[in-house]
Design a binder for this molecule. Structure first.
Ligand code: CA
Length: 469
């Protein structure tokens, strides 16, 4: 009986956008090992996070609740691990559980990993080279490159497990998070080529709310010498300097991705060698997306597509048709409900997501979600992005910048004038032209507001008091 329950290897990297994966049609790199997962399983083209920033997305995935419920609204709100998690529920039903690598939900007190049989995690962001890690509460020093080490430790744990019981491993890479430090093996990759610039690289932020022009995540202005590993050469025009910075940034980012890809190849080979491939669900995702020069930016936080979208590929040969693609909407809050479903564990009432196992079996329930609710809370922190919430459907996106810290940890208490944006995703998939206020969109705007307020009520989040238009 126990052997019939699938194992789960949940692979999550940090800030890896799907447009830097060849299985998603990347124009800028190849990821042959990640492509194996997609080719042997299913690729989701509309997977979104409910808050595009590291700790909050991780908390959603662990607890199955939105950030206003799990309390991790920003980077300054460590998790209270006493709440329910899918890991605790799996453990309670005989699963062996571990988390290795990036944790980023706080340390000490109630914020260390809880409910895991084994944990070995980076403190905070952790280091790329010779990282310190915390193994079950004890600091340890490792020699080498973080992506290799996290893989070694994950494989070691798999080797030491009780083979009679199913397992769930959260195998979490730090890469390709800022400051994008590659290993020696990939240091010269892309040296002699130019990486193509994205279509919106020269965006001037016109026809949008002021939040876009106010954000401080511009490739030309906001990347620093630590990001770029040195100063720009003298004598470049502003355009040439922006191009030079983009190449420096994106090449290091892609070199870090290449190492992730290599290591996932090692993990997949290990599962093959151990005869585990058939009965193990393998997921690859990232805690959110990232701007890869899109809109002239790096970083995330915005509800815009490149940041909102998560890569999500999943392999489980027993149930998922190889090479399948799905464009139904799934959210990070749905992940833990899905894992519990596969483990045969009833979803607790407080879990707010829905299992998407039917989608994996090839059928979409008639009442499957066609709209999602998003909220970014960390007003003005780090990159000057205004706090906002919004709704995305398959065709439209409505964003309300309420632009207020509302006392959230780490948010900056400097309220700005609220603003709206509306994008017609069919006509303007790159989100260059907000049509909010255009009379042709009055009816859809009103419907979207109603639907957004309905979703807010459904998930139990509070509407901002000035959201009255
Ligand atoms: Ca992240």
């Amino acid at each position: 009986m126990s052997t019939e329950r699938p194992n789960i290897v949940f692979i999550m990297s940090d800030d890896h956008a799907s447009h830097a994966m060849s299985c998603y049609g990347s124009r800028i790199n190849e990821t042959p090992n990640l492509d194996r997962i997609a080719n042997e399983g299913m690729r989701f083209d509309n997977c979104f996070c409910t808050n595009s920033i590291c700790a909050p997305s991780r908390a959603v995935i662990l607890t199955g609740t939105y950030n206003h419920i799990n309390g991790v609204t920003t980077l300054s709100t460590p998790i209270d691990g006493r709440q329910q998690s899918f890991i605790k529920l799996l453990g309670g039903e005989g699963y062996q559980t571990a988390v290795v690598g990036k944790w980023h939900l706080g340390h000490g007190g109630h914020s260390d990993p809880q409910g895991f049989d084994y944990w070995n995690v980076l403190p905070g962001q952790g280091d790329y080279h010779n990282p310190t890690m915390i193994e079950m509460g004890e600091e340890k020093q490792y020699k080498g490159y973080v992506t290799d080490i996290i893989t070694d430790l994950s494989i070691d744990w798999l080797g030491s497990r009780d083979k009679e019981r199913p397992f769930c491993l959260m195998y979490h890479h730090k890469a390709p998070h800022r400051w994008w430090e590659p290993d020696d093996k990939h240091a010269d990759m892309y040296e002699d080529i130019d990486i193509p610039e994205p279509e919106t690289f020269w965006d001037d932020y016109s026809n949008r709310a002021s939040a876009a022009s106010e954000a401080k995540m511009r490739v030309d202005r906001d990347l620093n010498e630590r990001d770029l590993k040195g100063p720009a050469p003298d004598g470049l025009s502003p355009e040439e300097e922006k191009r030079w910075k983009y190449q420096r940034y994106i090449k290091d980012y892609l070199r870090c991705v290449a190492s992730v890809d290599d290591n996932i190849g090692r993990m997949l080979d290990y599962l093959d060698e151990q005869g585990l491939a058939e009965n193990t669900i393998v997921v690859y995702t990232s805690d959110q997306g990232f701007f890869l020069g899109d809109h002239g930016w790096y970083d995330k936080r915005f509800m815009y597509e490149e940041s909102l979208r998560m890569p999500f590929i999943i392999r489980y040969p027993k149930e998922i048709a190889a090479g399948s693609v799905n464009d139904d909407m799934i959210l990070n809050v749905d992940f833990p409900a899905t894992f519990l479903d596969y483990a045969g564990i009833e979803k607790p009432e407080e879990f707010q997501g829905t299992s998407f196992r039917p989608l994996l079996q090839g059928s979409t329930p008639d009442d499957w979600q066609t709209a999602m609710y998003y909220r970014y809370w960390m007003h003005l922190a780090h990159h000057n992005v205004y706090a906002h919430y919004g709704i995305r459907t398959h065709k439209h996106k409505l964003i309300y910048y309420y632009a207020d810290a509302l006392g959230q940890g780490g948010a900056v208490d400097d309220t700005k004038e609220p603003e709206w944006e509306l994008f017609d995703l069919d006509k303007d998939p790159l989100e260059m032209n907000s049509v909010y206020g255009d009379p042709a969109y009055a009816e859809i705007t009103s419907k979207l507001k109603d639907e957004m307020h309905r979703l807010q009520a459904e998930v139990g989040d509070d509407r901002y008091h000035r959201d009255v238009d």
